[in-house]
Design a protein around this ligand. Structure first.
Ligand code: KIV
Ligand code: ZN
Length: 524
């Protein structure tokens, strides 16, 4: 059974797998998963501390927000290489080069489609033109940085001769990493392994570049395919925390890392990831993207180490290895522990946060402490999970322009239900009383009256952070406007307050996404 790092023996550099995390780019592209700049910086810092080798921070040409995220992550991150994505157009590459200007270790990641389907219908280009663009794009990127990754979009549905020619030209032009993505999640393991073996064998100077896998999960095969690509000679894996990503998502970082650790007997490779930080990273990404982690998700799901069946519990009591192939501690799951009560002071609270992996600035710490005291007054037992939900909520909402100040609700059988809501918008206090078809409807109507908007509520979901009727509620709200979707979360022991927090957080995110500078206010 895996506990910490099993490999005491020296390990060859040729067996090291580079972890390229694209949570902030491919992950953030999934509908509704958009993150604010502050959230991206928090995630990047944690990924860096966890040992990720390359952090893809965004697609600088896509928006001002993406440009800023790449530029700021590049300045903030101390250890990892920071990558910015670019299509093969000159303006894309120039923008990526500009965003990465201050990075200690910058990488431009440029891509173009190489499959017949994509070249004809998406690019409307002849293969000969694509070949020219491969060379031109890589050469242009090399004028900015020495570390250039070239990707063959829809690589797994490309003709092998053409793909090899593209890879050859990319290496000749100076690409140092060659990525062959399974863009549409179509390949299967043996096929993907053989693809890497073939390309590496046929392309001259293939040993001058690191080969990379990038798998999507449309058939649920992303992790298996990534591991097969490694067997085929790839030494970089592109993946995301919680498998966040376009459509069915990308290969999950935590699954790749733990598969390599737990099955080191058949997969003799290693990464630089500190696996004990996986749970913490998963929770942060889930909080900032507002994408819940499914209960039975491998490695980081809340049931991943839970044993319900009597026969399993019996086995576990006799020897944990009977039903566990890795320890919960090895991925950072601590025993659910009672932390502190209402008498705990600032010092104990700070120590506890440190143990959970948080270091907050003075203001954020003070706000979190006040909320903890409030929670401890209202809730019998405060668990680590409660603190994680509370602090993540604080981090996510700290920089918001619309803030919840007060809420009181009249609910019950009589109807109509009503909500009196006070919010703070850029320092202005606003209050409104609204009725609705139920208390949640009344709260949302009050918000709509104070901050008018056209966005449509697409999802409203509640789940309990821990057990018991006094558990904190975590509410997710998704809003859609003009084809843009945002999801946000709010946590509080009162489900109605959590609902208001979540809706307001979604509006804040929507404002950032719209690039609008002032929320329009109707009532005041
Ligand atoms: O899935 C894909 O092909 C991509 C590329 C841009 C690397 O995300
Ligand atoms: Zn992708």
């Amino acid at each position: 059974m895996i506990d910490s790092n099993p490999g005491a023996a020296p390990r060859a550099e040729s067996d090291r797998i580079l972890i390229f995390d694209t949570t902030l780019r491919d992950g953030e592209q999934s509908p509704g998963a958009s993150m604010t700049l502050e959230e991206k910086l928090k995630v990047a810092e944690l990924l860096d501390a966890m040992g990720v080798d390359i952090i893809e921070a965004g697609f600088p040409i896509a928006s001002e927000g993406d440009f800023e995220a790449v530029a700021q992550v590049a300045q903030r991150v101390k250890r990892a290489t920071v990558a910015g994505l670019a299509r093969s157009a000159a303006k894309d590459i120039d923008r990526a080069g500009e965003a990465l200007r201050h990075a200690a270790q910058p990488r431009i990641h440029t891509f173009i489609s190489t499959s017949p389907l994509h070249m004809k219908f998406k690019l409307n280009k002849e293969p000969a033109e694509v070949l020219e663009m491969v060379t031109a794009s890589v050469k242009r990127a090399r004028n900015y940085v020495a570390d250039v990754e070239w990707s063959a979009e829809d690589g797994t549905r490309s003709e092998i001769d053409f793909l090899c020619r593209c890879v050859e030209l990319a290496i000749k032009a100076g690409a140092t990493t060659i990525n062959i993505p399974d863009t549409v999640g179509y390949t299967i393991a043996e096929e993907y392994q053989a693809l890497f073996e073939t390309v590496r064998a046929r392309v001259p100077d293939s040993d001058k570049a690191v080969f990379s896998v990038h798998c999507h999960d449309d058939l649920g095969l992303a992790v298996a395919n990534s591991l097969a690509g490694i067997k085929g000679g790839a030494r970089q894996v592109e993946c995301t925390m919680n498998g966040l990503g376009e459509r069915a998502g990308n290969a999950a970082l935590e699954e790749i890392v733990m598969a390599l650790k737990v099955r080191a007997d058949r997969l003799p490779y290693h990464t630089s990831i500190d696996a004990s930080m996986l749970t913490r990273a998963s929770k942060l990404v889930s909080a900032v993207s507002s994408f819940p982690v499914q209960y039975n998700k491998a490695i980081v799901g809340r049931n991943a180490f839970a044993h319900e069946a009597g026969i399993h519990q019996d086995g576990m009591l006799k020897h944990a290895g009977t039903y566990e192939i890795m320890t919960p501690e090895s991925v950072g799951v601590g025993k659910t522990s009672l932390v502190m009560g209402k008498h705990s002071g600032r010092h104990a609270f700070k120590e506890k946060l440190k143990e959970l992996g948080y270091e907050l600035g003075d203001n954020a710490f003070e706000d979190a402490f006040l909320r903890f005291k409030d929670l401890a007054d209202r809730k019998k037992t405060v668990y680590d999970e409660d603190l994680v939900a509370l602090v993540d909520d604080e981090i996510v909402h700290a920089h918001e322009r619309i803030k919840l100040v007060a809420l009181s609700v009249i609910a019950g059988t009589g109807g109509p239900q009503s909500a009196a809501l006070t919010i703070d918008v850029d320092g202005r206090r606003l209050t409104y009383q609204a009725t609705g078809n139920g208390p949640i409807d009344a709260i949302f109507n009050a918000i709509r009256a104070l901050v008018p908007h056209e966005a449509v509520l697409e999802l409203y979901q509640v789940h309990a952070v821990t057990e018991g009727t006094d558990a904190q509620a975590e509410v997710s709200v998704r809003l859609a406007e003009d084809g843009k979707t945002v999801t946000a979360r709010g946590a509080d022991p009162d489900t109605l307050v959590a609902s208001a927090r979540a809706y307001i957080a979604a509006l804040n995110k929507l404002m950032v996404k719209r690039g609008r500078h002032r929320p329009e206010i109707l009532a005041g």
